[in-house]
Ligand binder design. Structure first.
Ligand code: SF4
Length: 292
């Protein structure tokens, strides 16, 4: 297994931290284009609960994020400008280009990472991303979550897995590094279905994977279903057993960017084992010590 830490060290020569940026864009699954209310697990703040205010300039957001990381990031750390919340390419190509350029001009930023949906990559946006990738290290993070179209319909993803397949192909044709997000524990999924999602992403040519367990957050459709006792979450052992299988499936060529996520504590309903970050990190270090 290649961890992101090892990968960054080899590629950039040192540790890299992510400075989260939030652009003032929404998501087609919220504004009515594909759906309203978002995916069943997504809180109203999108996936960018930790990002600075999107009203600030990109440069100011990067400065703020770096200040917040000051105690954690050692001297000589590099930063990845991480366009995180909602759907970062759900905007005009000109606006995306200006935003990426502002980040590239920041003296401490050494790479860009753009999180988006695979159905928000029209030709002009792909061209902007392709041009940026030819000048600067660029990652595009795609929220696949599952390769099973039935599961995806259940949480209201709003696109079919074939759209992801085409997006990966188009990004790879432009030499863009693709990271795929997968959620374990989606309602109705067996362990084999979760592993199948990993297999699918690897076969499509993803360069990296990010795993997370399903978080149940306040104010989401899954929050309501959980409180009604209609859905459940994975336990810690159960989740990491699946992660272990996923790592075996990913093999040695795919970079593992995350073994589990970090849900917003103020909104978290379940699973509560994820709330104690220190304990989760200790557990990961113990259980995966030979791989990290
Ligand atoms: S696509 Fe992403 S931002 Fe949009 S509703 Fe789904 S999880 Fe939230």
């Amino acid at each position: 297994m290649i961890t992101a830490t090892k990968y960054y060290k080899e590629r950039f020569g040192h540790k890299m931290y992510k400075a989260a940026i939030s652009l003032p864009v929404t998501c087609p699954n919220r504004d009515g284009t594909k759906g309203v209310g978002g995916c069943a697990f997504c809180s109203a703040q999108g996936s960018g609960e930790f990002a600075s205010s999107c009203k600030q300039k990109v440069r100011e957001q990067i400065d703020d994020a770096i200040k917040k990381l000051a105690g954690k990031a050692p001297e000589g750390t590099g930063y990845i400008a991480y366009f995180q919340s909602y759907t970062s390419t759900y905007c005009s190509a000109d606006y995306l280009l200006r935003s990426l350029e502002e980040a590239m001009e920041h003296p401490l930023v050494e790479a860009l990472s753009v999180a988006t949906r695979p159905d928000c990559l029209p030709e002009d946006i792909l061209d902007v991303l392709g041009k940026a990738a030819s000048r600067f290290p660029l990652f595009v993070e795609l929220g696949l979550q599952t390769s099973d179209d039935g599961t995806a319909e259940g949480f209201g993803r709003g696109y079919e897995t074939s759209v992801y397949d085409s997006a990966v192909k188009a990004l790879k044709e432009r030499n863009i590094n693709v990271i795929t997000h997968i959620i374990f524990g989606l309602p109705g999924e067996t362990e084999d279905m979760m592993i199948q999602s990993v297999r699918h992403a690897v076969r499509c040519g993803t360069d990296g994977l990010k795993f997370t367990c399903l978080y149940i957050l306040k104010g989401t459709r899954y929050g309501t279903l959980y409180e009604q006792g209609k859905i459940d979450v994975l336990g810690r052992e159960e989740y990491f057993d699946i992660v272990k299988r996923a790592l075996d499936e990913a093999g040695d060529d795919v970079v593992i960017h995350r073994l589990t996520g970090d849900g917003p504590k103020s909104l978290l309903i379940a699973p509560m084992w994820t709330a104690d970050k220190r304990q989760v990190i200790n557990y990961i270090n113990r259980r995966f010590k030979d791989l990290l």
